[in-house]
Design a protein around this ligand. Structure first.
Ligand code: FES
Length: 358
């Protein structure tokens, strides 16, 4: 069987059952240390199957903690050239509930609940001849999936990849980045560290991201399709620098899982207010047209499943039984699910009285 995927790539895979989604329980097949606080987890289907996904997309993992399901998004770091297994690369972070749980508990042979693939942060959605990839810390993972994909087929595109790490000991995929750069004629990787590691002095470029540094490695920056991923302060800095350089916002794409905690409080609104009937909860709440359904239900004391609150992870997905909403999602729901009247509560506001299957 020959299957064509998004972008100029073709995969031959004669015997596998191809699937477009993996809302399923996968099995952890391998765990490998990448740095002192970063680990890769290889996930495979219980029965042989191949998954279609685009490089840069993410998965939502749900684990049970104290009897409660907790969900978080993780980018797929592997490339679609390995459709029978998906790798997520996770950094242990202070207070990182699911990340730390994965480090402490997920071992080969263990099942894990996964939904996805989700998201539009992908070169497959924005094909170009020249790219600028910018990442910091574990923000490297979706860009690594894109880089591995381009390298895997020696795609004839020009990539400048600037990655920021705290110290040389924190450089994720350090050896592989070197190999990819050496093997692909038009991929250039620049790693920048803020400081030395305890046992290694960094001899490469240092410091935080600045416009002179970006223009130094990519003088044609405004002509490139830009993908950025990292912690919120880094993203904000890069956003300002790209704007200062005159890069078109339409060509600058970003993703960050450095998300707010707690559901945003409801702001006072003077617009129309609608009733929202929650069939399964047996409750009816009021919600105005500028308040998300998730915020309105939280304010009414209801605890509905949610995670990212940015329309990315799909955790708050529910069925709209009747009524009309405005939904501004960020790839956390598929077109066919929208056609089946599914909505994301965290990024939907009412335009009529509603009935929800929630
Ligand atoms: S909470 Fe993540 S999509 Fe709504």
């Amino acid at each position: 069987m020959t299957t064509t995927m998004s972008g100029p790539t073709t995969v031959e895979c004669a015997h596998l059952d191809w699937r477009d989604d993996l809302d399923d329980t996968l099995v952890c097949a391998d765990v490998a240390d990448v740095t002192h606080d970063v680990r890769s987890f290889v996930l495979r289907p219980a029965q042989p199957a191949a998954y279609r996904f685009q490089p840069g997309q993410h998965l939502t993992l749900t684990v049970e903690m104290d009897g409660q399901p907790v969900s978080r998004c993780y980018s797929i770091a592997s490339s679609p050239w390995r459709p029978d297994e998906l790798t997520i690369t996770v950094k242990r972070v202070p207070g990182g509930l699911v990340s730390n749980w994965l480090h402490d508990h997920l071992r080969p042979g263990d099942p894990v609940t996964v939904a996805g693939p989700l998201g539009r942060f992908s070169t497959a959605h924005h094909p170009a001849e020249k790219y600028l990839f910018l990442s910091a810390g574990s923000g490297i993972t979706p860009l690594m999936s894109m880089l591995r994909t381009i390298h895997g087929v020696c795609e004839p595109v020009d990539v400048v990849f600037v990655h920021h790490a705290r110290t040389p000991a924190d450089i994720i995929f350090r050896d592989e980045l070197r190999v990819i750069e050496a093997e692909h004629p038009s991929i250039r990787v620049v790693v920048v560290c803020e400081d030395d590691a305890e046992h290694e002095r960094w001899t490469g470029p240092r410091g935080r991201v600045t416009l002179p540094m970006l223009l130094g490695v990519a003088p044609d920056l405004v002509g490139r399709e830009v993908f950025t991923c990292g912690p919120a302060p880094y993203m904000e800095a890069v956003r300002g620098l790209l704007s200062q350089a005159g890069a078109s916002p339409d060509r600058c794409h970003e993703e960050s899982f450095d998300l707010a905690t707690g559901i945003a409080p409801v702001a006072r609104s003077t617009g129309p207010t609608y009733t929202v009937e929650l069939r399964r909860s047996g409750r009816t709440v009021e919600c105005d047209e500028s308040t998300t359904l998730l915020a309105a239900t939280a304010q009414a004391g209801l605890s509905l499943p949610s995670s990212c609150q940015e329309g990315m992870c799909g955790t708050c997905k529910t069925t709209l039984v009747s009524g009309r909403v405005e939904m501004n999602h960020a790839g956390g729901i598929r077109p066919r699910e929208i056609a089946q009247h599914k909505i994301l509560l965290c990024c939907s506001t009412p335009r009529e009285d509603l009935v929800l299957d929630a």
